[in-house]
Write a new protein. Sequence first.
Lengths: 235, 249
Amino acid sequence: MNNENITVSEEISAEQQFFNEFNNGLHKLGKISLIAAIIILVAVPFIYGIVNGVSVDIGGFFSGILRVGIIYYPVALAEFLVYAPMLGVGGSYLSFITGNITNMKIPCVMNAKDIAGTEPGTPQHEIISTISVATSAIVTTLVIVVGVILLAPLQPVLNSEVLAPAFNNVVPALFGALGLKYFLDSPKIAVIPLLLLTLLCIFVPSMINQTSLLLLPSGGIALAIGWFLFKKNKL
Amino acid sequence: MNEYLQSVNAGYFYLLVAGVLAFITAICVLFLVKSYKAGIKIGMDKKVLKKTIMASASFTLLPSISILLGVIALSGTLGVPFSWLRLSVIGALQYELNVAEMSAQSLGMPGLSVSGLDPTAFTTIALIMTVGILGGVLYCIFFLKKYLKKLAGKPKTAGETGKKSFGAYATTAMFIGLCAAYIGSYIGKAIPREDSDVMPLIVAAIAGIVMSVFEFFIRKKNIRVLENFSLAASMLIAMAAAVGIAAII
């Protein structure tokens, strides 16, 4: 009996040791891959600039990245803290480089977890999660490749003057649809910021074209209301 | 097609993007093969692993088509190759458009529109979009190992036990703030005065109405498959309506 127990625990420890080594390997591979991907992605705008004989507007870049970073780096941190435990090691590295995390990778991993019957934190879940995210990313890339090939001949139509009003209003279309969805999901958080921002833009017209600056107070108010309601257990 | 649109739809740009995507896809294949082999090694059933691959592939098909619709929506202003790149890696439609709009404003433009763009503006906007989205990637590089190690020894977090943590609400709240700022600006812009423009508000309203129809079928009739298309389809219908409205007014 004792010998059997020792053999089982040796097997578990061998499996755990293999898994720890596997995870360490994924961390190493993940870090190297992500650093290489960053370099390649950042190079794309510069290569376009060199080919077209233009360079980055440095002032515009810093002004823009400040506005964008102040919002999206904290959002990315929240996503990282919430999603990384669900995605595991390999799943996290792949998800954060391939994107569409909330709308695709997380539901895909949850679906795979249910099918395979694994629990987060176990070696089995780590493997299922990585396989799921990798497959999802590959399929997305392939679908979009096929779509882009089919899209290329339609370019003159897409860029015609007739369709210009459609593409000039793509941002309002996004926020109309997205706004309704989020406002329906959390009306208690939405009412006050929406009302305040509307009044501000009606009475201070100079603010209308400064939406990127308005995002800070607007997001801050929504966040404060959300925190208050969360603490009161009213969300 | 104007000079700017020609430059962002040039043949070499397609090849450049294809190369970048091939590299990132190769990383995915590498992770997939390594994990599959590790699964076999720790005694997981091959059938379960294959089923996971099949299920994930089929689960992804519909949302991928909706991402493709997003590429169409972005391509009119940023060109097909860059839209293809942005929506294939890291980002998501809502991020890309919002950041492109913010970047255009930081360059002194009223917003993202083809008429105001040129190669210099595009280069800067493209760089802001790229660097601005790297937060999650950088957190992974620097903190993932330590973070997961720390969690491994701890009892389950609120997120894992089913109760949502504030992190999930915080992201929703930030996006609500974002939407409120934009919708507020469209209402302000529609007020009759110099430089007023009612089109953004009309387009936003149409997108909202179409989205509410989708939400009705998703929430009340439980047709969950529509979730994959609701955003992109609402946008495309509202954008198509903008063409009709512009022809009338």
